[in-house]
Design a protein around this ligand. Sequence first.
Ligand SMILES: Cc1cc2nc3c(=O)[nH]c(=O)nc-3n(C[C@H](O)[C@H](O)[C@H](O)COP(=O)(O)OP(=O)(O)OC[C@H]3O[C@@H](n4cnc5c(N)ncnc54)[C@H](O)[C@@H]3O)c2cc1C
Length: 380
Amino acid sequence: MQPTPVTIIGGGIGGLTLANALQHHNIPFELYEQAPELSDVGAGIGLSEAPIRLLEKLGLAGLLREKGTHLKRVHMPDKQLNIRRTIEAASEMIVIHRARLIDILKHTLPAGSIHLSKKIVSVDALQDESILRFDDGTKLTAPVTVAADGIKSVIRQQLLPGIPIRYINQTIWRGISDAPLPDEFRDSYLEIWDERLRFLALPYENNQSFWLGVKPAPPGGEDNPKTIIDELLDLFQNFHPDLKELIRTSGPVLRNDMADIGTQKRPWYKNRVLFLGDSIHATTPNLAQGGCQAIEDAWCLAKLLKKYPDDFQIACRRYQQLRQKKVMKIVADSWQFGKASHSKNPLFHYGFRLALTRAPEYFIRRQEAFLNDLSYLDRI
Ligand SMILES: Cc1cc2nc3c(=O)[nH]c(=O)nc-3n(C[C@H](O)[C@H](O)[C@H](O)COP(=O)(O)OP(=O)(O)OC[C@H]3O[C@@H](n4cnc5c(N)ncnc54)[C@H](O)[C@@H]3O)c2cc1C
């Protein structure tokens, strides 16, 4: 039986990985992206072992390893860079420029299957097909649609109303610095807490660094690009000069209000439309797992569409059954971690930091094993 063609909405990490996975299984696809080109913001992204193993199956891990930087350990120093805890990585971790990752994901795809400047504005999810309408006035009828259109998904808002974006009241700034990390941290990931602030720093390509700073703040704030570096230097004024140097030597600084779409039960499909990645399980970035989970969704879904070419409903049900438990635990843990990291209660906050720096090794390895576990895919 001929496989049913898949229409993918969204050319981010999830949509592009799905395109690669469908191609791997000889399932035809067309991808529609609202932006005039496939790219991503100027920042880094960390990938853990599980998505790297899946990208390996797609023949993409070689380039990922070549273009990315391996992280060998996590240090938890205080704000003066006195190390309180070091955890050696037991599995592969890579940080890579987001645009570089998108380049890797798109380079294998036939240009004719990617349609740019196509913003979907509405969808009718009928029993046997969907009618998709774009902002340029065109429409198409699709037998299978995958909504990979991110946390603000128009398709989710129309088909699954009542799943609001949930803000954690924390703002995160990100920048790429021309300054390297101090020599002793060149292959390490630094996670630093001070009172209600967090600062993370990672090595980056060409001797650069990637940093993130977080503070409690209501959503909706805006930065003045001319003054934001000075404001962040002021915010992190008590931090080690080497860390402030990362901020001082940064290119454009990105700002996000941290958010997810909660953990309440929801279907992951409606009629002939499936959801993937942030559109159905956006998570706060505290565990650096949103993109990793979108990659796992993509591999799992393509494998199911291959296995059940003539029973779409079974593929949908199995997809949700197999993916939802792991992802929802990550969303919940990430939210709790964010809340605890910036708790208003100084005693609780102190206790949380102490627990993290003293957490038994087996606890950390158990969490790592959970994130790296792909055994559920063997059930397909
Ligand atoms: C500060 C921060 C740090 C993070 N760090 C990490 C990390 O280290 N590791 C990690 O794994 N994850 C991280 N994440 C999460 C990660 O970025 C997301 O989970 C991931 O990008 C989700 O991929 P996606 O393809 O589902 O959605 P997106 O990347 O949001 O892609 C959605 C795509 O759909 C397109 N689109 C949207 N609406 C429409 C429309 N109407 N019509 C057509 N196209 C549309 C968009 O233009 C976009 O290209 C971080 C997130 C943040 C905010």
